[in-house]
Design a protein around this ligand. Structure first.
Ligand code: GSH
Length: 218
């Protein structure tokens, strides 16, 4: 039995859901998963029962409800310090939190024009205004993190951290839209794509029957 319930949206499209799901799965924090297909079936009736913001993801823990992906990961990092969701050293932790917060609040062109869509293969698509600048900033940021990582390993700060969970949906976009990357960024992308938990999420996404028209780039 687990104390946590994580309510998520469609695995094919819900990039915000992927973040805490991946963090919890890689960190081996057990949870019960409830998947509500976005704007399908009883969504309108059910979402308000779970989420005050009417958005996913949401974490339920006893009588505590945490909505918003970043708040969820912070809540878990505080409760499970042994999982090292944030790097151990303060300077690396500050950088990890800055990078994660930047991911959470920025890159609107990339998010708008290259929506997460794990089933799709759309090489070269989505290269609209602002996207190249977002990609360049992400590559720069990944390089800064890798340069100041405080441990060994292929992730942004060596060992897997919350920052990797937050950039995982960017990695999947780079894969879907075949974004060319410099070697170091490509190696990081490949390390994230090789995470068994992400491979598992992809498998579920591929078998989902739902389509969100506005997230399908033509
Ligand atoms: N800032 C929120 C964003 C959550 C969000 O926008 N979730 C989308 C799914 S990825 C959603 O619930 N959409 C519902 C809708 O479009 O009606 C977070 O970080 O969790």
């Amino acid at each position: 039995m687990t104390d946590y319930t994580l309510i998520i949206g469609n695995k094919n499209y819900s990039s915000w859901s992927l973040r805490p799901w991946l963090a919890m799965t890689v960190a081996r924090i057990p949870f019960r998963e409830v998947l509500l297909p976005i704007r399908e079936g009883s969504w309108d009736r059910d979402i308000g029962k779970y989420s005050p913001s009417r958005r996913v993801p949401v974490l339920q823990h006893g009588d505590v409800t945490v909505w918003d992906s970043l708040a969820i990961v912070e809540y878990l990092a505080e409760r499970h310090p042994e999982t090292r969701l944030w790097p151990a050293e303060a300077p690396a932790r500050a950088l990890a939190r800055s990078a994660t917060a930047e991911m959470h609040s920025s890159f609107s062109a990339l998010r708008r024009h290259m929506p997460m869509n794990l089933r799709a293969s759309l090489p070269g698509r989505g290269r609209k205004d602002g996207v190249a600048a977002d990609i360049a900033r992400i590559v720069e940021l990944w390089g800064d993190c890798r340069a100041r990582a405080d441990g060994a390993g292929p992730f942004l700060f060596g060992a897997f951290s919350a920052a990797d969970a937050f950039f995982a949906p960017v990695v999947t976009r780079f894969q879907t839209y075949a974004v060319e990357l410099p070697d170091e960024a490509a190696a990081y992308r490949d390390a994230v794509l090789a995470l068994p938990a992400l491979i598992d999420w992809y498998g579920s996404a591929r078998s989902e029957p739902w389509t969100i028209g506005e997230d399908e780039v033509d």
